[in-house]
Design a protein around this ligand. Structure first.
Ligand code: 13P
Ligand code: SF4
Length: 304
């Protein structure tokens, strides 16, 4: 393991590469990464880096976003089939058909979409800025693609707009059951509850805080509570425990795992750097078309 880590560090320097990792990655990947973050932070970082190679430890839509904002860099993802099943619930043609059927709507696509969907979107958002993104639009009718839970959360926060929901959901957050949350609340009545907006409405309504992964990390860091019930993928515990060694964390349902986020191992990361695989390749037109909604999203500030 140490040799593998040393090799990764050596190759990274030799090739002028930067490793970005999402908070849901395995601990050893987050540990060796140069930058950890939520989807929005990683997209912004990718647009600013001056490295020659970006190795993106996350899922494919995140690496594609990095390529769009940094088209002149080589963007690698260590495992090519680390995809997001939520993103796969929408494709370009169905979004265009829905838009045609609805008439005058703005298409807001969650960054958890494949790049072809972004090319037909007015603006992207992440869970960190979705509310502000929707508020920033002049249009009163919004087609929100693809997460119906995040869209429902936004609709609750932006009452003067009609939010038309796509019927997609994240299997990891959708699996939370309100009874599991009540059990934890009964066991730890003093615990504060922080959940991701991809969680179903009943879970969100029982929470003290709703926000992106970095929103949850900031909430926990600033809270005087000692115990927390967390409603998001358990990779977040790496950062939470690191920043708050004196606090306790309980994940809804006791485990919550995104199998795609967990596909990347240290060995995959090593091979990715060594063999410069797997490169994200997008054609010029796709990059140009997807860049507009992504850059528009980056210009909108975070909800919290
Ligand atoms: P964040 O944007 O909050 O980091 O979440 C990404 C994600 O995939 C949630 O399931
Ligand atoms: Fe996609 Fe859900 Fe995994 Fe996030 S946690 S990458 S939304 S499947």
């Amino acid at each position: 393991m140490e040799t593998l880590k040393n090799e990764i560090i050596r190759l990274k320097k030799e090739k002028n590469a930067v490793i970005l990792a999402h908070y849901y990655q395995m601990d050893e990947i987050q540990e060796i990464a140069d930058i950890r973050g939520d989807s929005l932070a990683l997209a912004i970082e990718a647009s600013k880096l001056d490295a020659e190679i970006i190795v993106f430890c996350g899922v494919k839509f995140m690496a594609e976003t990095a390529k769009v904002v940094s088209p002149n860099k080589k963007v690698l993802i260590p495992v090519i089939d680390a995809t997001c099943p939520l993103a796969d619930t929408a494709d370009k043609e169905s979004v265009l058909n829905k838009k045609k059927e609805l008439g005058d709507v703005a298409v807001v696509s969650y960054v958890n979409t494949n790049v072809d969907v972004k090319t037909v979107s007015d603006i992207c958002c992440t869970s960190a800025n979705a509310v502000n993104v929707v508020k920033s639009l002049k249009e009163k009718r919004i087609l929100f693609v693809p997460d119906r839970n995040l869209g429902d959360y936004v609709a609750g926060e932006v009452k003067d707009k009609e939010i038309i929901l796509w019927n997609g959901a994240c299997p990891v957050h959708e699996a939370y059951d309100i009874e599991q949350l009540y059990d934890l609340k009964n066991k730890y009545p003093d615990a504060a509850v922080a959940v991701h907006p991809e969680s179903p409405r009943a879970i969100r309504e029982a929470a003290d805080f709703i926000g992106s992964t970095s929103g949850i990390i900031n909430f926990v860091g600033n809270s005087s509570s000692k115990r927390f019930i967390i409603g998001t993928e358990e990779g977040i515990l790496f950062e939470l425990k690191r920043n708050n060694p004196d606090k306790e964390f309980y994940i809804i349902g006791s485990r919550s795992v995104c199998t795609n986020m967990k596909k990347i191992t240290l060995n995959d990361l090593y091979l990715s750097l060594k063999e410069e695989r797997f490169e994200i390749k997008l054609d010029k037109k796709t990059i140009e078309e997807a860049k507009k909604p992504i850059e528009r999203m980056i210009s909108i500030k975070r909800n919290q």
